[in-house]
Each structure stands twice: as C-alpha cells, then as structure tokens.
Design a protein around this ligand. Structure first.
Ligand SMILES: [Zn+2]
Ligand SMILES: [Zn+2]
Length: 397
C-alpha cells in the first residue's frame, strides 16, 4: 500500500465522524455558522489561515509562490429546508432542516483534501484555493455568486467541483464537456377572473377552468415548441385556487420551473410560454400576470478541465467507469458562476446501486454514502497533480 493511500486511510474515521456530525447539525444557506466554525478549526489545525467569505463561507489558500498558478476546489456547506425521515444515529436534530443533498459529504471530502495537501505544501507545484461555499440550495441567488463577486476566483486558473449522485452506479465518474446542469427559471402565473356562485358560471370568469387549460397547454411548450430537438423541461409545481365547493374564486396562482441548456432554446421556450399564457388567458376572458425569473445559469464545463477529470477518473476508478451517460442533468447548480469566472469542470460521483433504489438527492430518506469520501478526495488531489503535470509539460491549454 502506498504512503499516500495509508495517509488517506488513516484520515477516514475522523472524516466520517465529522461528516455524520455535520449531518446531525445541518444549517441552511448563509446560516452555516457551526459548520463554518468546524471547517475553520480543522483548517487552522492543519496550518492554514482561513478567512470568511460570502457571509458564512470559508476560503483557505495553500501558497506555493506568488508566481505559481492557482487551482481552486469547491465544496458546498448548506442543508435543505426539509424533514429527515431516517432513523440513523446521526439523523438531523434540527426540525425541518436536513442534509439531503450530501453537502455534508462534500465538505468532509474537501477537509480531507486540505489535510493531505498541507503535508505536501513545500513540494507542491501550484497554489491551491479551497472554497467552502455557503448557500448552494437557492437562497438569495446562491453563495457561489457572492463568492465570485467578492473576488474568490481572481487569479484562479481552474476550478473544480463535485457532487454525489445516487442516480449513477457507485463510484462511477460522470462528466461531459459543455452543458452539465441546467439554466433554471422560476415561473409564476397569477390569473384574475370574476368570482361568484358556482351554480351560475355564466356570470363568472372562471380562473380554475382557465388555469387547468393553461397547465395542459404549457405541456406543449416543449412537446410542440421544440419537438424532436427537445432539451427542456417545463413543470407546474403549484396550482392554488378556491376555498370551497360552491364558490368560483376570483383568482388563481400557479408556480413552476423551466430548465434549459442552451441560450437559443431558453429564448424559444420563454417566448412560447409568454404566448401560451397570453393566449389561454384571452380565450377564457381572464387576466394573467406572468413572471419568469432566471435562477442559476447552465453549468458549462470547459473541455480542457473535462479532459482532466476524465483522465484522473480513469486513473482512479478505471476508464470504463468514466462516462457522460445521463448528462446533462436538468438540476441547477450555482457552481455555474464559478465556471463562468474561470475555466472549470463539475463532475458527479455515482453512489447508487444496480436496483436504482437508493434514495436520490433531496429525498427525505437520503443519506450521503461515506464510501465516496476517499474517491472524492483522490479525484480532487488527482486534479491538482494533473494541473501541475500539464504545467510542467507545457500542455496546460
Ligand atoms: Zn441539492
Ligand atoms: Zn447539492
């Protein structure tokens, strides 16, 4: 067994304990105070001088020299505002808050990376910036945006992020160049009609009938608007109207989400939504107010960084276990802002099994798979070494 493997194995019990402790004490976006304190204490113990960023995030630099290039590695810190349904010993003790996306695991992985890199600080051929980012789960526009605005990516040549994914088989690396995750749009539609007695609909302008037609018509935005070119999702997740059986309400409210992967498709989908909403409203004589607000942009993987992930993945888990199957994913990720600020790549590490029955991210039964911790650490360390090797051989571009 190599010395590096022994060092990593020796760290795992402590990292697993930290991961489970974070799981037990989850904190929402921009409120990761305890989590941040644990991260800072660990980093200080390993010789770093961590600093606060993006309100509750933490940045630590491993400086080789002012002239050396910097590679950045990112983990996310926050939990989701949702219940925990497991009976695990480390189940959440905070009602309505739970680590159901595995950010507890991502944090533990980057802590492991920090400890192992610190031991090589004098022989490392580049600077490394560790980004412990708050608020990935959509709070106030995302923590990555704030970190980038604060200059966290300035001087960074490449940035990498990872995510566990129970939808992919255990310890397989999924990555592709170009779009990895979707552009998200929040959609809100408010309908205003004329309410009245449900026995006299002829005197009303029924927003429930109009809204029902609208939900169905919105299903054609992708099916008819894009056809075989596909590549978008329009979902209505909320439809509220009315209070009782014999009253037609005067207004209704719908909310939904739009996912796209390319700017021209985004434009086509949004303009078709506007047409459909306007058309259905006028058909039924109601008034519609439509709002489409952009969320996270597409996570765009740089080809050079993607090739690095593929190379490192092949060395760690074997080339046949590295693929682009199942990508892109229609989820959103604020790593997108980091990959816009400099070149970068985001990749998934599978944590699922053959049955496909492992609870997925955001499922109330989800728990991070601790067996992914060493893979994640080796991937990040491998990417640092790959970067150094490319620099040394002049193959960086
Ligand atoms: Zn999530
Ligand atoms: Zn996540």
């Amino acid at each position: 067994m190599s010395e590096a493997t022994q060092e990593l194995d020796a760290l795992l019990p402590e990292l697993t304990a930290i991961r489970r402790d974070l799981h037990k004490h989850p904190e929402l976006g921009f409120a990761e105070h305890r989590t941040g304190a644990i991260v800072r204490a660990w980093l200080e113990r390993h010789g770093y001088a961590p600093r606060t960023a993006a309100k509750t995030g933490v940045i630590a630099d491993l400086h080789r020299s002012g002239l050396a290039p910097t590679i950045a590695l990112r983990a996310d810190l926050d939990c989701l505002p949702m219940p925990e349904t497991t009976d695990l010993p480390h189940r959440s003790v905070h009602d309505g808050c739970a680590h159901k996306c595995g950010h507890d695991g991502h944090t533990a992985i980057l802590l492991g990376v920090s400890a192992l890199l610190a031991r090589r600080r004098n022989e490392l051929g580049c600077n490394v910036r560790l980004l412990f980012q708050p608020a990935e789960e959509g709070v106030d526009g995302g923590g990555a945006k704030v970190m980038v605005a604060e200059g966290a990516l300035e001087g960074v040549e490449e940035v990498y992020g990872l995510h566990n994914w129970p939808g992919f088989r255990s310890h397989r690396i999924h990555v592709r160049a170009g779009a990895m995750l979707a552009q998200t749009h929040w959609m809100s539609i408010r309908l205003f009609g004329v309410g009245g007695h449900a026995s006299q609909p002829q005197l009303c302008r029924d927003v429930i009938v109009a809204g029902s037609h609208l939900v169905v018509a919105l299903q054609t935005v992708v099916a008819r608007g894009l056809g075989y070119e596909g590549g978008a999702v329009v979902s209505v997740g909320k439809f509220s109207a009315g209070t009782t059986d014999n009253v037609l309400p005067g207004s209704a409210e719908l909310e939904g989400t739009v996912r796209t992967f390319a700017p021209d498709v985004t434009e086509r989908v949004l303009s078709r939504i506007r047409e459909v909403v306007g058309g259905v409203a006028s058909t039924f004589g109601v008034r519609a107010e439509l709002e489409l607000a952009p969320g996270y942009p597409v996570v765009m993987n740089d080809p050079v960084c993607t090739a690095a992930v593929q190379r490192v993945g092949a060395a760690i888990v074997g080339a046949p276990q590295v693929s682009d199957v199942g990508l892109p994913i229609a989820g959103g990720e604020d790593f997108a802002y980091m990959a816009q600020a400099t070149r970068g790549a985001f990749f998934f590490v599978g944590t699922g099994d053959e049955s496909g029955g492992v609870p997925t991210c955001h499922h109330p039964d989800f728990d991070f798979d601790d067996t992914m911790i060493p893979i994640g650490i080796r991937m990040f360390l491998g990417l640092v070494d790959d970067h150094i090797a490319r620099r040394a051989s002049g193959r960086l571009a």
